[in-house]
Design a protein. Sequence first.
Length: 284
Amino acid sequence: MAVHAHPDDESSKGAASMAKYRAEGVDVMVVTCTGGERGDVLNAAAQADVEERGLLAVRRDEMAAAAAVLDVQHAWLGFEDSGFPEGDPLPPLPDGCFAALPVEETIEGLVGLIRAFRPQVVTTYDENGGYPHPDHIRTHETTMAAIEAAADPDRFPDLGEPWQVLKVYYNQQFTKARVEALHLAMIDADLDSPYHDWLKHWDERPDDAYRVTTRIPAADWFEVRDRALIAHRTQIDPEGMWFAVPLDFQRRVWPTEDFQLARSLVETALPEDDLFAGIREDAS
Ligand SMILES: [Zn+2]
């Protein structure tokens, strides 16, 4: 089970790994906490559709299309997008949005999904959200609290039998080491790197490379990941930076999607190359 904040996050963080596990016959469910209704339209080609039907409706369809590409099950938690607050001082969060609700009020839906789907492995963001969007941080908090509550027979007894998740991972696909490696490969080949600005301002963000415990060889599924991204038409410009680095470069320079093992109830040896390490052995 992969828990994400907004529709499109599942396609930019760990999508190739999900496609790989689907190809192996693993059941995969993506859970999206909010509808993404406070996002910007980042692709002019989608503007007319948004004006006609509204961003929430359009993004629901986009999410369904991406889930079909990745061949995963999908569920919404149904919370309202908090928006990315900008300005100095930052504006207050909108009333009733996901990040403005107390965590006790955001876990129930996810507890029910965990008990029904019964995932051995859950992925989410680290405590910093991966990047400082309030919905990403709240996604982390909600996921961690829901995993704990789902295993506790005294919590939400009406939501089904308790279920203990065995491993929890944080997405760590956007490390400085990876971005830098792709950047240098582009420059080496006399191509225009899309990462100049990111790297110039990287000092303002933590470099999470030291957190990576687990690298999933997912290069054969980068193409599927890109098709899932393109399904999020309001968010992804097919001519934009997501696709500026040719796939063969990505496969050669950084052929893995990287994760941080945050919790494990099974024995495993680090570094890993499989989210189910220690679990497959048990099962067999
Ligand atoms: Zn997001």
